[in-house]
Design a protein around this ligand. Structure first.
Ligand code: ADP
Length: 272
């Protein structure tokens, strides 16, 4: 019979304890680094519109106000920069609520087909500016899924808006619903220039942009896809992206189908 060695047992326990503590320290260091990077990113993103608005306002105060056409133009530019600051703060708030789990999800049956048509209406102007055609396929059915209505609306809005902004001028944006037994697969497609392969894995990171100046020119905060990813994860599903140079980009995800009972016929109910 082998005798147990008490010293070896104690040594093993100490070893396990030390490596557990080391892991905790590594984890804390990672969190601290993430926090510092996040603060640096946020301050940088805030600085740009603040500096720009300050510049326009100070130039006006220093005398440019006398010229009526300059006055109007500079005030509009200052306002535009403050508007983008407002969007940035709102996006950051949503993102931080999602990250800390402060948002309560309300799952209920949602008709994504109707939601998509409403979003097309909201984005009509920016689509018209770029001469982009918006389509939903199939175009005459309902697409009932179990989802948090407000959050999924934000996902659809961000994906469709990106497809319009980064797709081709004069191009097409198509939302597809592909129904299977349990799920509906939703895809948002554009026929734009696509996303280069080396960027694909990073576009869901906060503040990551493939083309910084193009994103800013089109009013982007760089947070849209980070928000999309969090919301999709909170629906226990995943988002996929497929992109081919000069052919276009498709974002897709699946949601569980909702069982919608056919409407009850009131006349039938009244018959004893
Ligand atoms: P942004 O506010 O810059 O639009 P997003 O997080 O929504 O931020 O998107 C991140 C980046 O991914 C964009 O800046 C853009 O470069 C790229 N991107 C997103 N959607 C598309 C698309 N449909 N086609 C090409 N590039 C896209």
């Amino acid at each position: 019979i082998k005798e147990s060695n008490p010293l070896k047992t104690i040594n093993d326990e100490i070893f396990v304890y030390v490596s557990k503590k080391q892991k905790e320290i590594d984890e804390l260091k990672k969190l601290e680094l993430f926090r510092r990077e996040f603060l640096a990113d946020v301050s940088h993103e805030f600085k740009t519109p603040i500096f720009a608005a300050q510049g326009f306002i100070h130039t006006l105060l220093d005398g440019a106000m006398e010229d009526e056409s300059v006055r109007e133009r500079f005030l509009r530019k200052a306002a535009k920069n403050l508007d983008s600051l407002d969007v940035l703060v709102k996006d950051l708030l949503v993102l931080s609520q999602m990250e800390t789990g402060d948002i309560k999800m309300n799952f209920a049956p949602v008709d994504l087909h109707l939601m998509t048509l409403n979003i097309f209406g909201r984005l009509e102007n920016i689509a018209a500016d770029r001469n982009v055609t918006l389509r939903v396929k199939p175009d005459n059915t309902k697409a009932w899924v179990m989802a948090d209505q407000d959050r999924i609306e934000q996902v659809m809005l961000n994906l469709i808006e990106n497809a319009i902004k980064y797709g081709n001028e004069g191009g097409k944006v198509i939302v597809h619903f592909d129904e299977s037994k349990k799920n509906i697969e939703i895809s948002v497609r554009d026929n734009g220039p696509g996303i280069p392969q080396e960027h694909i894995n990073r576009i869901f990171e906060r503040f990551y942009r493939v083309d910084k100046s193009r994103s800013k020119e089109r009013g982007g905060t760089g947070l849209g896809l980070a928000i999309v990813k969090h919301i999709i994860n909170a629906h226990d599903t995943k988002i996929a992206v497929m992109s081919k140079p000069d052919k276009g980009t498709t974002f897709s995800f699946k949601l569980e189908k909702a069982n919608i009972d056919p409407p009850v016929n009131i006349m039938e109910q009244q018959i004893p």
